[in-house]
Design a protein around this ligand. Structure first.
Ligand code: AMP
Ligand code: ZN
Length: 115
C-alpha cells in the first residue's frame, strides 16, 4: 500500500467509496464522475502504478481484474448488451490516478474510435 495513493486508501477503507464488489485481489467501486449509466472502477488491491509497471509476477492480479469485470457486468445487467473495459496508461492515455484500474462502462452504446 502507498499511503499517498488515492486508490490504495480506498482499498484500505480509509476513504469512502460506493463499493460494488470485493475479492482477495480486487475492490470495485462506482466512479465518482460516471461517463455511462454503469461506470465501475476495478482496483487491484496491490499497488501497481500502471500497465507500464506490470511484470509476469502480476499475472494473477491482472486476470482477477478481468474475471471480476465479467462478474460485475453480469451483476449490473449489462452483460447481454455488451460493455467496454478501458485501461488508461500514462499522460497521453488519460490516466489520472497512478494505481492500476479497469473502467467498466455500460448501459449505452459506445462510440469508436474513443476520444
Ligand atoms: P483514470 O483517468 O483512468 O486514471 O481514472 C480515474 C478515475 O477515477 C476517473 O474516472 C475519476 O472520475 C475516478 N475517481 C477519482 N476519484 C474518485 C473517488 N474518490 N471515488 C471514485 N472514483 C474516483
Ligand atoms: Zn495505490
Amino acid at each position: 500500500m502507498s499511503s499517498d495513493c488515492l486508490f490504495c486508501r480506498i482499498v484500505a477503507g480509509e476513504l469512502p467509496a460506493a463499493q460494488v464488489y470485493s475479492d482477495s485481489a480486487v475492490v470495485a467501486i462506482r466512479d465518482i464522475a460516471p461517463q455511462a449509466p454503469t461506470h465501475v472502477l476495478l482496483l487491484s488491491r496491490k499497488h501497481i502504478p500502471s500497465v507500464r509497471d506490470l511484470t509476469e509476477a502480476d499475472g494473477a492480479d491482472v486476470s482477477a481484474l478481468f474475471a471480476a469485470a465479467a462478474r460485475i457486468a453480469a451483476q449490473e445487467g449489462v452483460s447481454p448488451g455488451g460493455y467496454r473495459l478501458v485501461v488508461n496508461v500514462g499522460r497521453d492515455g488519460g490516466q489520472t490516478v497512478d494505481h492500476l484500474h479497469v473502467h467498466l462502462l455500460g448501459g449505452r452504446p459506445m462510440a469508436w474510435p474513443p476520444g
